[in-house]
Design a protein around this ligand. Structure first.
Ligand SMILES: *Cc1c(COP(=O)(O)O)cnc(C)c1O
Length: 395
């Protein structure tokens, strides 16, 4: 296995060679919390204590660094723990420009927690590069924002941000660029290759891929950032267990296949939804009428497997959306996304409840689908039956 192999090959083999002694083709789960020293300070594999570093986590970190085209992977107990560790790079008084459509939990952390420590989040529609340039201007004290936090595609409206263009603007004003790559995964989009400084993942979603592990990762190419991130990973200690690392590694091996199939299903469903009289608007980066079609083609290998749609305009949509989401059989009504099974949810009253009455509020009639790898025909039939069962609900 080498860096010149294709992604589909690296995703299967990266990070591990069959074990020299046993021939095992799958890595062991190393549970030991401490490691024997041959003399004081004489570590055998560089390990002394499992929070600091351990063999199973190191495999996951190396694999993710490889897949994102980075040099360092750093694993955490959740996507939010990874996000919190990016914050440790900032100082009181710093401002951080964020996608105005950012993951609800990221906004909650920034608005309710980071603010108490003197870090100010500035929500901006990052599709608008003039708005980004304006937000990057120095304040009255001559201080420009220190960081730009991008999510693309955004959640749940699937807006696309031009990573290269945003990186150029950020770098010109001395800001770091962080990209939450959870929705796209490195199979569809590699922000570090476009100049971003740090990639963030909720491994709970597509990387794990089976709704059975919570985890997070950061990846970077910058030695200076990696050194500080490793310091805080150990100091703050929000690390994943070896078993969780192993589950994420196991899920990762099928990432390319899962993304291909789920994206194909999503494209088909988005086209089908667009024809339905009950649907006012479909949000999907692969639609010919997506306003950023050209950018999607330039930046992403495939448009991904998240689809959202509005059942009706205005406040009346809420009742229709909730009735529809309760009427599916295969699409499971649940938060989260990115696994083999298809999920459905109503962002305004579920994942995005924490942003009600903020600049990040979402349309009340919006339904979000995380499309899985089932038969597309069965998924269409399921949505069809749910429309039939729920359209008597008046908007
Ligand atoms: C889920 C999610 C997170 C948070 O990750 P957890 O693993 O739930 O802590 C962050 N960003 C995005 C885009 C997500 O979907």
């Amino acid at each position: 296995m080498s860096q010149t192999d294709d992604f589909e090959t690296r995703v299967v083999h990266a990070g591990f060679e069959p074990d020299r002694e046993s021939g095992a083709v799958v890595p062991p789960i190393q549970l030991s919390t401490t490691f024997k020293q041959d003399r004081v300070g004489g570590l055998r594999g560089g390990y002394d204590y499992a929070r600091t570093d351990n063999p199973t986590r190191r495999l996951l970190e190396a694999t993710m660094a490889d897949l994102e085209g980075g040099t360092f992977g750093i694993a955490y107990a959740s996507g939010m723990a990874a996000t919190q560790n990016v914050l440790y790079l900032l100082e009181p008084g710093d401002r951080i420009v964020m996608s105005d459509d950012v993951y609800g939990g990221t906004w909650r952390l920034a608005a309710r927690v980071w603010r108490r420590y003197g870090i100010e989040p500035v929500p901006v529609d990052l599709r608008d590069l003039d708005a980004l340039a304006t937000a990057l201007a120095p304040d009255a004290n001559g201080r420009a924002p220190r960081m730009v936090w991008i999510e693309t595609p955004t959640n749940p409206l699937l807006k696309i941000v031009d990573i290269s263009a945003a990186v150029r603007l950020a770098a010109a004003s001395g800001a770091m660029t962080v990209v939450d790559n959870t929705f796209a995964t490195p199979y569809l989009q590699r922000p570090l290759e476009l100049g971003a400084d740090i990639v963030v993942h909720s491994a709970t979603k597509y990387l794990g891929g089976h709704s059975d592990v919570v985890g997070g990762l950061l990846v970077t190419r910058r030695d200076d950032l990696a050194e500080r991130l490793h310091y805080h990973q150990n100091a703050a200690g929000a690390v994943p267990s070896p078993f969780d690392c192993w589950l994420i590694l196991r899920g990762l091996r099928t990432l390319a296949l899962r993304m291909e199939r789920a994206s194909a299903n999503a494209a088909l469903l988005a086209g089908w939804l667009a024809q339905r009289p009950e649907v006012a608007r479909v949000h999907y980066p692969g639609r010919p009428d997506h306003p950023q079609r050209e950018l999607v083609e330039r930046q992403m290998r495939l448009p991904g497997a998240m689809v959202s749609f509005e059942v009706a305009d205005g406040a009346g949509g809420a009742a229709r959306a909730t009735a529809f989401a309760a009427a599916t059989r295969l699409f499971i009504l649940a938060e989260s996304l990115g696994a083999v099974e298809s999920l459905i949810e109503v962002p305004a009253s579920m994942t995005h409840q924490s942003v009600t009455d903020t600049p990040l509020a979402v349309p009340p009639g919006l339904v979000r689908l995380s499309v899985g790898i089932e038969s597309a025909d069965d998924l269409v039939a399921d949505l069809d039956a749910a429309f039939a069962a729920s359209t008597s609900v008046r908007a």
